[in-house]
Ligand binder design. Structure first.
Ligand code: SF4
Ligand code: ZN
Length: 728
């Protein structure tokens, strides 16, 4: 078979989908009228593909007609009116792009008509999922994204493939079904847990749903890359280089799928298939081979990794169950439970402490008490204390909480284990399956030993683990441990920006947002919420040339705004000379830029001279008339936007929180859930501010979701914002 066959099939496919889309849209317009709105849920990017490539904000059926006529130009090998055109392969990829544009329109109509998402699937992926994935992609927890089209040859092969992807930290996105078979159903048949937490995301049972993977990818350059709609060269280049996705095409192929495939190649996503098709080597738009056949399912994953150029961090640990970040979100339910510790079931805690090197035998794991195979038949729980002792030439006490916090992640990575909470509030479950495969408590020791060495080799030289399972031991050890927890909290909360000479930078997100830099201070953590000053310090010790660098503050330029000479210089350099000054404590005057993975947005509410805060999980309306999603659209891409700020949740509880604008007193609204999450810390702040009832005076969605309701409420409770100087 030659490439001509692909071209012919693709051409036919494009024509077929064109005809189908036109008919569907005509019918839709006849029945509903051409001003009927079409949209996808929870996005600020309309029909993202049309927006990114054609610069069209599609809001109605009529707008869809315009997209169709633009796409038609591409079908006839002519540039669109904004000049979009891909030269590679004599322009054949443009037919593919046209196909994707048609499919996006079709999908939006289907969504409007309630035909999408198909049963049990997600359909369109909202912006906030993209934002939460961003940080996992930059820190390597997600290595890549496999868009799997069609069912595997059989259910066992489907499980094997998806487990392979999971163990390589690659997210599987599932699309399509043929003759009643789908990859999703195959996994369900084998009781594989599905969901984003498990790195398995079903988009739809029909092939059309593949468009949701494309319009997901195309938002990354808009959200993170600072690209504007219509800058299609930059957008396609960004996707090719920074979005590590590829297509796995299984079992079934038709002309429309070929046409869709041509569009996918235009974005640089290679296609790996178990079908007999003409092979396509590297083309202009891809990094390596474009279309490759691999019939042996055991080799598919390797091939994908190689062709997409994906870097996988492998955790090599000698335990009887699979081990990878993809298993982090997996639950162990009651029916699957072999034994549990903590939660409501028993007393349990975990504790990591620094010891002298000569007190530690590296790799030793002692079980003091019974192991889980000695559990009496009728019992399902045991007391537990996991005590980890670490030593290292560069180890300092300050790193204890950072290393201890990793226990959660490290234990969760094991398949069949569930870990929730931290310190003396842990809850651990081990499944029957893991137990039957031979998992015992000593393997927890093995995991902690291996992972602490692997990820923290620069500061950790020795690790030993003691695991206690007798009630009297756990009870005896607990009080002293609790005391240490309290001391740690006090020490960290006592640390101020004035008490240190250096701040830390974080440029991890530059792989997505090339101009963005976070400055991390003791009183202001990174906007993703994942890096405190101590985390950044530890990360620097671990990797001195890595994304976290110590920054001497230099001369204080403005105390109120929080500006220092050397910090400004660094920002200017590392933002590629796009940002000259940054205020650590201001929302209005040179605020910090945002990459896109912020936990919360702080936004000005001009009507009341105040600010509101909204977090990523809140999907409702806010008093400024925008949801988190729509607000997020104007914050990000590594630019400064006075009046809007992306922040980590904990920054709200800091004494330095928008100090230049009077801090917490300025806050007039935040979602209830956010209040509850931060309740203790916020209350303490309110007391420090001598307004103990401030938290109740801050409105939430129960009392106000419009500006009018907000004003009424604030007046009624006499919110202190009315006594503050004007914001602008
Ligand atoms: Fe990205 Fe900032 Fe978080 Fe670093 S601290 S990972 S740059 S958001
Ligand atoms: Zn980020």
């Amino acid at each position: 078979m030659s490439i001509d066959i692909l071209v012919q099939a693709g051409t036919k496919g494009t024509e077929a989908i064109l005809k189908h889309t036109k008919e569907t849209l005509d019918k839709f317009i006849t029945e509903k009228g051409k001003d009927t709105t079409v949209s996808f849920p929870h996005t600020n990017y309309y029909l993202p593909l049309s927006l990114a490539l054609l610069q069209k904000e599609v809001k109605t059926a009529n707008d869809c007609l315009e997209v169709l006529s633009e796409a038609e130009r591409l079908v006839f090998n002519k540039p669109t009116s904004q000049g979009f055109f891909i030269e590679a392969l004599d322009g054949i990829l443009n037919k593919g792009i046209a196909t994707l544009l048609y499919e996006e329109v079709l999908a939006s109509v289907n969504t409007k008509l309630g035909l999408h998402p198909t049963k049990g699937c997600i359909g369109f992926l909202p912006d906030n999922i993209l934002r939460s994935l961003g940080i996992q992609l930059v820190d390597g927890r997600i290595a890549g994204i496999a868009v799997i089209l069609g069912p595997a040859q059989d259910a066992d092969k489907a499980v094997q493939l998806v487990r392979d992807f999971q163990s390589k930290s690659i997210v599987s996105i599932l699309v399509g079904s043929t003759k009643g078979f789908s990859f999703k159903k195959q996994l369900e048949e084998k009781k594989v847990e599905i969901g984003l937490d498990n790195y398995i995301v079903p988009l739809g049972e029909d092939y059309l749903s593949a468009i949701y993977a494309v319009n997901f990818a195309v938002r990354a350059p808009l959200i993170y890359g600072g690209y504007k709609p219509g800058q299609w060269q930059g957008i396609t280049e960004y996707i090719k280089n920074r979005v590590p996705a590829f297509v796995v095409l299984l079992s079934y192929l038709d002309e429309v799928i070929v046409a869709t495939g041509l569009g996918v190649l235009a974005f640089g996503f290679p296609i790996i298939t178990d079908l007999e098709v003409p092979q396509l080597g590297k083309i202009q738009t891809t990094l390596h081979e474009a279309l490759v056949t691999e019939k042996d399912y055991t080799k598919i994953v390797e091939k994908c990794i190689q062709i997409r150029g994906i870097k996988v961090k492998i955790n090599k640990i000698d335990i009887p169950v699979a081990y990878a970040p993809a298993f982090e979100g997996e639950r162990v339910r009651k029916e699957q439970l072999y034994v549990e510790f903590g939660g409501k079931a028993s007393v349990a805690f975990e504790f990591l402490t620094v010891k002298n090197m000569d007190e530690i035998i590296d790799g030793s794991c002692q079980i003091i008490g019974e192991d889980i195979d000695q559990l009496p038949f009728e019992k399902k729980s045991m007391p537990l204390a996991i005590c980890v002792e670490v030593g290292g030439r560069k180890m300092i006490k300050d790193f204890e909480p950072i290393l201890e916090r990793q226990i959660h992640r490290f234990i969760n990575y094991a398949q069949g284990l569930m870990h929730i909470g931290q310190r003396d509030m842990i809850w651990i479950r081990i499944s029957k399956e893991a137990f039957n495969k031979g998992f015992r408590l000593k393997h927890i020791g093995k995991i902690l030993h291996a992972m602490l060495h692997q990820e923290f080799s620069a500061i950790v030289d020795k690790v030993q683990v003691k695991i206690y399972t007798r009630q009297e031991d756990v009870q005896r050890l607990l009080p002293a441990t609790k005391k240490v927890f309290d001391e740690r909290d006090e020490r960290i909360s006592g640390m101020t920006d004035e008490s240190v000479e250096t701040f830390y930078s974080c440029t991890l997100c530059q792989s997505f947002a090339p101009n963005h830099v976070c400055i991390i201070t003791p009183e202001r953590l990174g906007l993703c919420g994942a890096y405190s000053w101590l985390d950044a310090k530890a990360s620097y010790e671990i990797n001195p040339t890595g994304p976290n660098q110590p920054l001497e503050k230099g001369k204080l330029l403005d105390q109120r705004l929080g500006q220092w000479e050397k910090i400004n210089q660094f920002i200017y350099e590392r933002s590629n000379k796009t940002i000259e000054r940054v205020s650590m404590y201001s929302l209005m005057d040179c605020p910090q830029s945002s990459c896109g993975c912020f936990e919360c947005i702080v936004a000005i509410v001009p009507e009341v001279n105040g600010v509101m805060v909204v977090h990523r999980d809140y999907s409702g309306m806010t008093p400024v008339g925008m949801t988190f999603t729509s607000l997020a659209g104007s914050v990000g891409g590594g630019v400064q936007t006075p009046g809007f700020l992306g922040v980590g949740k904990l920054y709200l509880t800091s004494k330095k929180f928008i100090l230049a604008e009077d801090g917490l007193k300025r806050v007039v609204w935040m979602p209830k859930e956010l209040k509850q999450l931060l309740a203790d810390k916020l209350k303490r702040r309110c007391e420090e501010l001598k307004i103990p009832d401030l938290l109740e005076k801050i409105a939430d969605e129960d009392v106000a979701t419009t500006a009018e309701e907000l004003i009424a409420y604030l007046q009624q409770v006499q919110h202190p914002v009315f006594s503050l100087p004007p914001l602008v």
